[in-house]
Design a protein around this ligand. Sequence first.
Ligand code: HEC
Ligand code: HEC
Ligand code: HEC
Ligand code: HEC
Ligand code: HEC
Ligand code: HEC
Length: 350
Amino acid sequence: MKLYHKVTGFVVAGLFVLASCEGPAGPTGPKGEDGIDANANCTECHNNNALIAVKSAQWESSTHALGGNAAYANRTGCVQCHTSQGFLESVAEGSTASLTVPAEPMQINCYTCHEIHTTFTDDDWALTSPGAVKLNVKYNGTDVTWDKGTSNQCASCHQAFAVSPAPAFGGPDYEITSTRIGVHHGPNTNLILGKTAFEIGTGYPATNPHSTADGCIKCHMSTPYGYQAGGHNMSLKYDSHGTETRLLTGCTPCHDISSSTLLTAFNTKITDYQEDIQEKLTTLENKLIAAGIYNSTNGLAKTGTFKANAVIAYLNYNTIKEDRSLGIHNPNYSEKLLDNSITAMTDLGY
Ligand code: HEC
Ligand code: HEC
Ligand code: HEC
Ligand code: HEC
Ligand code: HEC
Ligand code: HEC
């Protein structure tokens, strides 16, 4: 049931009986013990400006809503990122150590990211996790912090897993005991900061043009295309009459696409860059297959004992693959990470 247009009568009274345990509402409308006047405050959000309707429609067609993995990953060790309940509990407890596995896991929704129905005023658009996030994985032994405005909301979930024990560059042979060794599916924050765990070689750029103070929302929550991309959908691709099209509204402050020639040139630049990264990934993948470390059939690692540098090269391959921006999140850094990993494999004779 959607109550965007009218929040009056039965529902409001019902909600306030729940909230205040008081008797029937007085003649001026329901008023809780805490003095909240439902009619005055609810309408700060529930009114006819369709704000909730439009954000909801964008979200409803997003992977956050439809990905389905809240059910699949409804387990200890996963609920903090994959279920709304697990995330909110981890925020409340400041820890992921002892989280409940919810009976009815929910995908990430309005209540996961916003303080909906806390004060019952429009202050409740406040984010549930606004603070800077100390990432789980250190960089060269030092803590890494993500602090980029409202994109702090994204960082607890969209970060790399730690690999433990970590292979040491040039160190002793390393035994892979799980085919799922790696950074998991969302190492986005680590890569954008240019602080990934398995850097090898030298020549890494100190800055990233795509790491701005706005963080993720700069591109992913930019002016939307209907319900299909940007805004609260957060995707950067949409279908336009059967053609997969990029959402570029977040790129325009920096990349000029003001004429059709410039637009074509920019799309070509993106395609060329992503193809270049894909080629490097394939080169590295072939070397990892030759080393017996990567199973291209299921996309996972193979268990066994390998040279430490080969395991490191695999973990870098895994990082760029799982980030899924094909290098865009940090262009020069991603290229360097792949080049140096390819060189390391060549040095091992692959
Ligand atoms: C910060 C803005 C905001 C305020 C203020 C607010 N709501 Fe909501 N409300 C929401 C959002 C967002 C949803 C979820 C919409 C969705 O899931 O589609 C919602 C959902 C609801 C629902 C549907 C059931 C549910 O819980 O999802 C009811 C009923 C409701 N609100 C009643 C109220 C009442 C009564 C008040 C005032 C006492 C109020 N709201 C104040 C934002 C607000
Ligand atoms: C509570 C954890 C959590 C938060 C907070 C979160 N995400 Fe996600 N995100 C996920 C998960 C989990 C998925 C995959 C959902 C699934 O498969 O069920 C996902 C999917 C996505 C996708 C789609 C990827 C695809 O494969 O289509 C994008 C883009 C994304 N998130 C961006 C963001 C941005 C930007 C923010 C911050 C505004 C954010 N996320 C906040 C956990 C989170
Ligand atoms: C630190 C947060 C975090 C934790 C913990 C986590 N995940 Fe994820 N997971 C994500 C994010 C973010 C995505 C979405 C990445 C994307 O779509 O680009 C994701 C995606 C997935 C996917 C979809 C992969 C795909 O290719 O579409 C599966 C399956 C999954 N996770 C399973 C699990 C399981 C099982 C666990 C527990 C063992 C777990 N996750 C723990 C953050 C997490
Ligand atoms: C994955 C996290 C996430 C989810 C889920 C999410 N939001 Fe948001 N929302 C954000 C972030 C981050 C911002 C701030 C974006 C910015 O700074 O431009 C925001 C901003 C907003 C705003 C503007 C608030 C203001 O202060 O003006 C509204 C309204 C809003 N969201 C509504 C919703 C509704 C309704 C839902 C559920 C359908 C929802 N959001 C789900 C992360 C989320
Ligand atoms: C400079 C713009 C930019 C910024 C900033 C940015 N992204 Fe992306 N992101 C992209 C592009 C471009 C892609 C690739 C889209 C494609 O090729 O489908 C992408 C892909 C992704 C994907 C893969 C799934 C998908 O939708 O294709 C996820 C998940 C994601 N980004 C999350 C994040 C998160 C989380 C942050 C912040 C930590 C972030 N991004 C910051 C531009 C950006
Ligand atoms: C804050 C400014 C800014 C934003 C926003 C931004 N870029 Fe960039 N981007 C740059 C700069 C600066 C460079 C480096 C100079 C150049 O190649 O234009 C760059 C480089 C690139 C490159 C070339 C990488 C290479 O090494 O060849 C691609 C591709 C790219 N950006 C795509 C995007 C896409 C797609 C978006 C939006 C989703 C985006 N950028 C958003 C500033 C930005």
